[in-house]
Design a protein around this ligand. Structure first.
Ligand code: GDG
Length: 768
């Protein structure tokens, strides 16, 4: 049975159409493919990705080569699920968003980033397509093995950061269980950089659909946690590296990736030399995808400085730069290629002699064993990116150094620079320093080279790619909750104190605007049995007696029904989303525009009853000026058609259809909602300058509460009760459940009780 579904932007190979229409396979170079291919072949996994072109119905993906040393070439079509994407859409997503926005931004190069709405829209669309494909692959596996364990879904990299949430949504909807994990292969930047992305909150919410999120190093984990705190006000436990969000616990951890060490080592034992090594001419090697993050231009200029400053190396050393074509067709990459061509030409023109050229430059993708020969025969490897998630070239070089050892020069701005301590660590932006570092490497005595290289090899042999997979998979099993991850820890009163103490303060009156269903009372199978918990009722009763606290319950229910469910006097009840507001003194506000819809509602009721009459579990709740069709107890497969029909009927009768928790509401099409009602209530109760006189807390769990959270943004402490379903919200804070609402109310009650106690002790001191 399939134990893992790997999802990445590209498949491990690219398909090309030959002139006769037949498809041919071509290896995709890059770190992700190198790392994941051995895992998929060994675990019998599925790989979901884009095949490189739009597939027609009759296209046949060519078989893999079972005998190949390269795991990517062994993967056959049975293990492949290709995501078919129209080329225009793919281009907008890949070049209009991934390459132009995320790649530079996540590499902390914001000046190069371009943010375009169309690109972002395509990103959303393509991520949704990947989400659907992943879900259908999962569902197939589960349907075929109903008693087996659902496969792990392992999503990769910055192109697919919204997929976790799309999949989470679908598995929730279908009542399936499985674990979702994500690994980011590139760096994750600090909050100051990440917040530049205009839709940063969508990205964070997308990723938080996971159970486990992996990064290469702790620095990226710290940055991500910080972004969740600053960007989403998430509750984060930094010490244990977990986030409490939407009622779930998400683990965030570093997993430094390794390479298939043995495989590289073995290949380098058998492969023939690519360049005839001249005993007197040492090879300095650079291997990179041609990308501006890799620091190739700085590197060759530093090499030029080496020759200028230390002419004794003339004719005794050469730089072999292998640059793999990447993102061909993108302007920035074409410019980089032109600049590299020019610089290589300039330096060679200036320094070559009749028997020697300082730089050899190959612009193509080599076969893996050819690459091993270069790694083995190099005297120095120059791995000097300006920024790099990890960098596998550094590790592959070390694995292939089976003869007299050479030296690794490594940039500290790579993930590899964090652990490969015995390399010569050198800032690539300082070209003289880098030239001196090369000089030192070329002159390094054998004893020191042996010492450094053997320590590097020992570490990389142990921490190879198999170890990386093993530790990652072990972490996916380490949740204490079962298949859907752990439940979030309940909210503590200390956390509320951190959020609210300063805002609520001691001098102002507090207005509590509270939704009922899903906020004060847990959601129940029928509205009539959604009772207010005793504890909540007791706290509310205390609160309404306090002079500085004002409580209003704002709900979609009919106002009289709401009053009887809460059952406390001295509260303001806003029913039908605030169309009717009943004050504690018995006066009632009804929105004037709603009156003309009253005669129409009966006809709507009759037609809605006829839609639901034959659908088991569906029922209509008439609430005066609004009406709701409930489908919580309707079979899942019947819901979409029912919702569609209901919506059509509501529109036909000139009412406004609104989605709610397992319900569709019909509201009069007047410009009124919980947001406008809240402002109306605040203005009529506390005057036009209410925002200077009162502090406000709004708590709700529903999309209808978002209207209030949006208008109150910046002027209130807003809380969204979110429960296991990842949602985007305008609320400032998220809390996991109605239990946490009780904690919140307890804090308010204690805060104001302390205030009363302080006042009375001051006045009794005075009377003493
Ligand atoms: C991303 C992150 C992270 C290179 N030239 C040829 C060739 N390669 C292979 C190498 C190596 C891979 O490409 C490059 O990996 P890197 O790690 O250096 O860089 P990215 O491609 O940018 O990878 C990076 C990585 O993901 C893994 O998480 O380390 O930070 O940016 O495996 O061997 N392969 C072949 N011919 C070549 O000419 N066959």
């Amino acid at each position: 049975m399939t134990s893992m579904i790997v999802v990445s932007n590209r498949l491990p190979f690219v398909l090309k159409r030959c002139e006769n229409g037949i498809l041919s396979r071509h290896p995709s170079a890059g770190g992700l493919v190198t790392a994941m291919s051995p895992v998929v072949t060994e675990k019998g996994g599925l790989w979901i990705g884009w095949p490189g072109l739009y597939l027609n119905e009759n296209d046949v993906i060519p078989e893999g080569d079972e005998k190949s040393n390269n795991a990517a070439e062994r993967i056959g079509p049975k293990q492949i699920r290709s995501v078919n994407i129209e080329s225009e859409l793919f281009d907008e997503y890949y070049n209009g968003c991934c390459n132009t926005a995320f790649w530079p931004l996540l590499h902390s190069m914001p000046d190069r980033a371009v943010f375009k709405k169309e690109g972002w829209k395509s990103y959303l669309q393509v991520n949704e397509l990947f989400g659907e494909k992943t879900f259908s692959a999962l569902k197939n596996v589960v349907d075929m093995h109903p008693n087996g364990r659902a496969p792990l879904i392992w999503i990769h990299d910055y192109q697919l950061m919204l997929v976790p949430n799309y999949v989470r949504d679908m598995i929730n909807e279908h009542g399936l269980h499985c674990k979702i994990a994500f690994f980011l292969h590139i760096p994750f930047p600090s909050w100051d950089i990440f917040r530049l992305f205009p839709w940063f909150d969508d990205v964070l919410v997308g990723l938080l659909g996971c159970d486990l999120i992996g990064f290469h190093i702790d620095g990226y984990v710290d940055n991500f946690l910080e972004c969740c705190v600053k960007g989403l006000e998430c509750r984060v436990d930094r010490e244990n590296q977990v986030i409490h969000y939407d009622g779930r616990t998400i683990r965030v951890q570093s997993f430094p990736i390794g390479v298939p060490f043995k495989q590289f080592e073995e290949m380098s034992r058998v492969v023939k030399s690519e360049v005839v090594p001249h005993p007197d001419c040492k090879m300095i090697l650079g291997v990179d995808r041609l990308d501006y993050t890799k620091g190739i231009i700085h590197r060759i200029r530093a090499f030029e400085k080496l020759l200028d400053e230390h002419p004794e190396h003339m004719e005794k050393v050469m730089l072999m730069q292998i640059a793999v074509p990447s993102r061909i067709g993108v302007q920035e990459y074409m410019e980089l290629k032109d600049e590299l061509d020019r610089e290589v030409g300039r330096i060679n023109g200036r320094l070559s002699t009749h028997k020697w050229s300082p730089i050899r430059y190959i612009y193509q993708c080599l076969k893996q064993d050819q690459l091993c020969a270069f790694y083995r025969d190099a005297y120095v490897a120059l791995v000097t990116p300006i920024r790099d998630g990890m960098n596998l070239v550094a590790k592959e070089f070390v694995a292939c150094q089976i003869g007299e050892p050479g030296v690794l020069i490594l940039s500290p701005f790579t993930g590899a620079g964090e652990t490969m301590h015995e390399a010569l660590i050198c800032n690539p932006l300082e070209e003289y320093g880098l030239a001196e570092c090369m000089h030192r490497a070329l002159a390094m005595p054998l004893g020191e080279r042996e010492l450094r290289m053997s320590a590097l090899r020992r570490r990389e042999r142990t921490n190879d790619v198999h170890h990386w997979v093993k530790t990652f998979l072990k972490a996916t099993k380490a949740f204490n909750g079962e298949d859907n991850g752990s439940l979030a820890e309940p909210l503590t009163i200390n956390q509320i104190e951190k959020w609210l103490a300063k805002y609520v303060g001691d001098t102002m009156k507090l207005v509590l605007l509270l939704d009922y269903d899903g906020t004060l009372a847990p959601i129940a199978s029928h509205p009539d049995v959604a009772h207010l918990p005793e504890e909540t009722k007791w706290i509310l009763e205390q609160l309404v007696t306090m002079p500085d606290v004002y409580v209003a319950v704002v709900s979609g229910r009919n106002v009289n029904n709401l009053k009887s469910m809460v059952g406390i006097s001295n509260i303001t009840y806003a029913g039908n989303h605030g169309v009717d507001i009943l004050h504690p003194d018995g006066t009632m506000f009804t929105h004037p525009d709603q009156i003309k819809y009253t005669p129409l509602i009966e006809a709507l009721r009759v037609e809605l009853e006829s839609v639901t009459t034959n659908v088991e579990g569906a029922w209509i709740e008439a609430k005066g000026s609004t009406m709701t069709m409930h489908y919580r107890n309707v079979a899942t497969e019947k819901r979409p058609a029912l919702v569609e029909q209901t919506t059509a009927v509501i529109l036909k009768h000139s009412f406004k259809p609104m989605k709610a928790h397992c319900a569709v509401e019909a509201r009069p099409p007047i410009q009124w909602d919980k947001g406008r009602a809240s402002i109306h209530l605040l203005r009529t109760t506390f005057g036009i300058d209410w925002s200077e006189r009162v502090r406000i807390i709004y708590v709700g769990d529903d999309t209808t509460d978002e209207d209030a959270m949006t208008v109150l943004k910046g002027m209130a402490a807003t809380f969204r009760v979110t429960n296991s379903r990842p949602v985007k919200t305008s609320a400032k804070y998220r809390i996991p459940d109605t239990r946490s609402v009780i904690t919140l109310l307890q804090w308010v009650q204690q805060h104001f009780q302390n205030k009363i106690n302080r006042k009375s002790s001051v006045s009794s001191n005075h009377s003493d």
